[in-house]
Design a protein around this ligand. Structure first.
Ligand SMILES: [Zn+2]
Length: 156
């Protein structure tokens, strides 16, 4: 369900109030609220077609962009012996985590999973990824970074 329209006013944007997940592949019941007229309604969405979102620290939601995520991980792995399958597997894991949590995942969690995954694959790729996040000033990822590796990040 790529576009959920408000049954009351036809507006496309809505906020998820509540998600009730079930086993993978089954329908997910969502309570939504239209961001225009505030009408509340319920949708039943199937996991495999469900739109995924990343929730930023300020609460804004962005569509989960698989390619963008893969691109970031590939840049971090530039000239490193990181097999593309390992990147794919990591992206898959993050996507699955978003599906399991009702189609939404916090940006900090994405960053944490990227870092955790890269760290197991290649230490240098991990540090390069961490460095990019520091440059961008992504505070929540920074917090996760500090929590994960105080001794390593202090050297960057
Ligand atoms: Zn509406």
């Amino acid at each position: 369900m790529a576009h959920v329209l408000c049954p009351n006013c036809g507006h496309q944007g809505s906020r998820v109030l509540e998600s009730r997940g079930s086993e993978e592949g089954a329908a997910v019941r969502r309570r939504r609220q239209c961001s225009k007229c505030e009408h509340r309604f319920t949708t039943y969405e199937r996991c495999e077609h469900q739109p995924l979102f990343v929730i930023k620290r300020d609460g804004r939601r962005q569509p989960f962009d698989r390619e963008k995520l893969r691109g970031g991980l590939e840049r971090a792995s530039h000239k490193r012996p990181v097999p593309p399958e390992a990147i794919d597997a990591l992206v898959d894991r993050i996507e699955s985590a978003a599906v399991r949590s009702g189609g939404e995942i916090r940006a900090a969690r994405v960053g944490e999973m990227c870092l955790g995954g890269l760290r197991r694959i290649d230490q240098v790729a991990y540090l390069q990824f961490a460095a990019v996040y520091r440059q961008l000033g992504v505070e929540d990822v920074q917090a996760e970074l500090d929590r994960l590796t105080p001794e390593m990040t202090s050297k960057l």
